[in-house]
Design a protein around this ligand. Sequence first.
Ligand code: EPZ
Length: 429
Amino acid sequence: MEKYVIKGGNPLVGEVEIGGAKNAALAILAAATMTDETVYIDNMPDESDTNAMLQAIASTGAHVERVDRHAVKINASAVHNYTIEDYIKKIRASYYLLGAFLGKYKQAGVVLPSGCNIGLRPIDQHIKGFTALGATVNIEHGIIDAHADKLVGSHIYLDVVSVGATINIMMAATMAEGKTIIENAAKEPHVVDFANFLNSMGANIKGAGTDVIRIKGVERLHGTEYTIIPDQIEAGTFMLAAAATKGDITVKNVIPKHLESISAKLIEMGCQVHESDDAVRVVATRRLQNTHVKTLPYPGYPTDMQPQITVALGLASGISIVTESIFENRFKYVDELTRMGACIKVEGSTAIIEGVDKYTGAVVSAPDLRAGAALVIAALTAEGYSSVEDIKYIERGYEDFDQKLRDLGGIIEKVDSERDEQKFKMKHA
Ligand code: EPZ
């Protein structure tokens, strides 16, 4: 089984190019099936999640042509299968094909997504939206089936701010008759990017990025060429890596405004943060100071950046408090971090962190995507050797993660044998 082996202690220094946003790409790829014309998408991240979405799309009969690592052409004129049964186990986001196919074909079926390591992940708000638009939604034999004679615009109030539900309902409403209003909508950058993509196909969506999204249904959508925005969370992950390793990293090809809540916390922690048009530089030469963080929907501090800041605060002076307000089980990695010497007590949705002078290398396992990346950061700061197992989670959402860290001076390699691990340790003795 592949894992990362790491020798900690080197500050990470240099520049890193940030790729396309995974959570925008997954929605945009699904929505590309809503026209019978060809859609060209670039700046797509080459990660297992986006590749699994492309497989799910191809399984419906759509034509998927990989132009290069970061660009794809999709033509859905030949779609013949409206029920996707295989891929949801690989990625939960294949449920975006529900909204896409319900909008375009007025019928869709997707295997009910399971929970994951960060919480239950219900989809009641997705179903609430589809039903409000006139669809009949049944869950039978583990399949969510949604169908409608026609979809009619509606006034939908989300009970909880949900990125997925906002996106899925937007897709179905785009091809409903009349007007739809989505209240309490998610405002994440990838929700805005998604709305911009749909509008580039001829949709009529206004208000994305605010609490209220207004959609006027259209008869059909046309082909488009679209470039996905940079990944806010990949950028934030490298920014926190700079902070934790007392390094100096410039994340390039980013939209600084999307990173404001992360930059603000880094400044509270004593880092220098320098912004330019499409780059942010984080310099952390002194020991980090403690602070408090509460994860919130955008523009608040992102839940997907919670493990990374907890790792950094675990090395800060003083007591810090991190509250996870989005998911109910997103501190599982703290047990792993404790093996590296962290002093953190989790009480429900709050982690009370007493900063320690250093972490020490250990064998840890990635419980989920973002926690896995955070444990790699911890290992890069730790004294001695670490190995991070279950890196398949990390590779779902980070392209060339180990290579990018090596280019910044991190001593990290991906190995899949005991022999290679020993070779790594001898090379870096
Ligand atoms: C998206 O998940 C992201 N995934 C997640 O990123 C991210 O953590 C999350 O948004 C929050 O920003 C993708 O975009 C593919 P939600 P999603 O619906 O849409 C509750 C990563 O690491 N809820 O905004 O599933 C839910 O339980 C991943 O890239 C309902 O109650 O998240 C949670 O408490 C991890 N009913 C809250 O809303 C619903 O019908 C926010 O979830 C839907 C959600």
